[in-house]
Structure formats: C-alpha cells, structure tokens
Design a protein around this ligand. Structure first.
Ligand SMILES: Cc1cc2nc3c(=O)[nH]c(=O)nc-3n(C[C@H](O)[C@H](O)[C@H](O)COP(=O)(O)O)c2cc1C
Length: 179
C-alpha cells in the first residue's frame, strides 16, 4: 500500500544529498548561503550542477562573477546554516556578522571557510533558468579536503557531513555498508 504525497514534495523522497555552504562574490565582498539542491553531472571533465533561486543574492553574485565555492560543513556548522539560510546577503554581511574565518581561493577570487570539511571551487559554464530558478552548470576547478577526511577516495566516517531531509530536519552522514 502506497500513500500519495503532494507532487511539490516529490524531492523530499530523493533529496538526501549534502547540505553545503556556498560562498559567492569575491575576496572583497563575500556572501554565504546554505544550498541543498546540487548534483554532480560528470567526473571527467568534472562538472557540477546547482539550483539557486533567481531572487537570492547568491544568484546575483554568481551571475556577476561566474565563480563560486561549495564548502562542505560538518554538524558543528548547523547554527551557521540556520542563520545564513534565513538572512539575505543583500541586507547584511553574514560572514562578518558570524565572525567566520575564511582563506583565499586557490583558482577563484572567492574565499572558502577555514573550518569546513572540504571545498570545491567552480566556474560557471552555462546558466539555465526554470520558473525563477537558475541552474548553474559549472566546471570544477579544484577540490580540497581536510587531511584524514578522505580515505581511498571516499569521504571518511569521521566526517560528520550533513544532509538536509526537509523542513529544517538534518541527518549526519551515517554508517557505511559495503557489499
Ligand atoms: C538547509 C537549507 C538548504 C537550502 N537549499 C537551497 C537551495 O538548494 N537552493 C536555493 O535557492 N535556496 C536554498 N536555501 C535557501 C537559501 O539558503 C536562503 O534563502 C538564503 O537566505 C539565501 O541567501 P542570499 O540571499 O544571501 O543568497 C536553503 C536553505 C536552507 C536552510
């Protein structure tokens, strides 16, 4: 027996991907926002897709500079996710307000968070707009991860990365199963 759910909630059945903190802008003015709608598109060349509402300040900055950095937070950054997800960078400097430490970008002008599990620097290749949502198809320029958090090309069990289940409910990347 299956229970029908509202069609606009379809993604809640499949969207258990990571919740990331996306940094945009440049080294002078940097913005930060949590994003959960993202997907790898290809490994080689490395391509990432990310869906961001046109109305978000993040979308405007990415359209302006064509660059962004995906930072992978761990559970300790939940309060940062909450604050940055309910305040727009259009009105406040979230990085300064939360005293977040950043480090300069490697291949882009966008810095990354010092205290994250890893980060992926991206440059936009194509932009598609659907119903007021920008889908940024982007080349991955470089990816870095904290030492000890990536073993045999797999994110470590020690990495307490986050998944957004929906409605402010998160889970922490859990038990590994190998078969
Ligand atoms: C856990 C979480 C995940 C989110 N995922 C997305 C997303 O994938 N795409 C999006 O457009 N907004 C997403 N949001 C909403 C934005 O992060 C939020 O509107 C933010 O304040 C935008 O900030 P900005 O105006 O500074 O860009 C998410 C919010 C939270 C809390």
């Amino acid at each position: 027996m299956f229970q029908e759910i509202s069609k606009d909630m379809f993604y809640r059945l499949i969207n258990f991907g990571p919740c990331v903190l996306l940094l945009s802008g440049d080294d002078i003015k940097t913005n930060i926002a949590p994003i959960a709608w993202l997907t790898p598109i290809n490994e080689d060349p490395a391509i990432l897709g990310i869906a961001i509402a046109e109305s978000h300040f993040t979308s405007k900055l990415i359209r302006k500079t064509s660059e962004f950095v995906v930072c992978i937070p761990d559970v300790k950054l939940l309060p940062v996710i909450k604050f940055c997800g309910s305040n727009s960078g259009q009105k406040i400097d979230k990085i300064r307000k939360l005293s977040l430490k950043t480090e300069p970008g490697k291949k882009t002008k966008v810095p990354h968070l010092k205290d994250c599990l890893g980060f992926i620097e991206c440059r936009v290749k194509d932009i598609y707009n659907y119903e007021g949502v920008n889908f940024f198809v982007s080349n991955v320029l470089c990816a870095k991860v904290k030492k000890g958090m990536f073993n045999n090309n797999i994110i470590s069990e020690k990495a307490k990365a986050l998944q957004h289940i929906g409605s402010g409910i998160f889970s922490v990347l859990g038990k590994r199963i190998k078969f």
